[in-house]
Design a protein around this ligand. Structure first.
Ligand code: AMP
Length: 215
């Protein structure tokens, strides 16, 4: 089963995707993670990508579609979770063509609904483990021992360069202008499944599980 997690920055897409990977053996395809890897490559392309990301703008469709295309040709037993992709109508069209070409389908688009006020607090307190990817938050979910990941014990805890208020404002603007039209697009295709992204993490996971079991 292949699904999209759709929602503004800070909606909890990454956290829920990680749970689906662990619980259902699905494969997470996060274009944000792929781009963060590309920006450390030391190439000219990596440098340009870093600049665009830090401003909170979208990277070109061509680059992200290329990244996804590469991954879609590798098989995934449990199905793919598209996390942070597509973010434009052009990307949505490209995804549909890529899935057709590789003989796969799209089964649900989970829209994680949250309000903007909650996003600022969520994003500005966020940090992740550089080793295993576990997500933490200064107020709502700090590590049990300061500076040490609860899951893998790594001390490599990181904050994203674009997780600041100014960049978030731009990322939200990009979301409303370029990504939110996808809500109508997938609604028209009968694939849209809205859930309350402001609920407790476990309740959101349960909502997603119910959608997947029904799809
Ligand atoms: P994320 O980790 O999904 O919040 O993405 C972080 C940043 O990477 C975004 O603010 C964009 O600059 C870039 N990015 C990630 N996915 C895409 C995409 N599908 N299209 C364009 N830019 C993207």
């Amino acid at each position: 089963m292949n699904i999209i997690l759709l929602g503004p920055p800070g909606a909890g897409k990454g956290t829920q995707a990680r749970r689906l990977v662990e619980g259902r053996g699905m494969t997470q395809l996060s274009t944000g993670d792929m781009l963060r890897e590309a920006r450390t490559s030391g190439t000219e392309m990596g440098r340009k990508v870093a600049e665009v990301m830090d401003r909170g703008e979208l990277v070109t469709d061509e680059i992200v579609i290329g990244l996804i295309e590469e991954k879609l040709t590798q098989a995934s037993g449990g199905g793919f979770i598209f996390d942070g992709f597509p973010r434009t109508l052009a990307q949505a069209d490209a995804l549909s063509q890529l899935l057709d070409r590789t003989g796969q389908g799209l089964h649900a688009v989970i829209e994680m609904r949250v309000d903007d006020g909650a996003l600022v607090a969520r994003i500005t307190g966020r940090y992740t483990c550089g080793n295993c990817g576990e997500v933490y938050h200064d107020q709502t979910r700090p590590t049990k021992v300061e500076g040490v990941c609860d899951v893998c014990g790594s001390t490599d805890l990181k904050r994203r360069a674009d997780d600041n208020e100014e960049s978030l404002r731009q990322r939200l603007m990009e979301y409303y202008k370029k990504t939110s039209p996808l809500i109508g697009y997938y609604y028209a295709l009968g694939l849209l499944r809205p859930i309350d992204g402001l609920a407790e993490v476990d309740a959101v996971s349960a909502g997603i599980a119910a959608v997947l079991d029904d799809a």
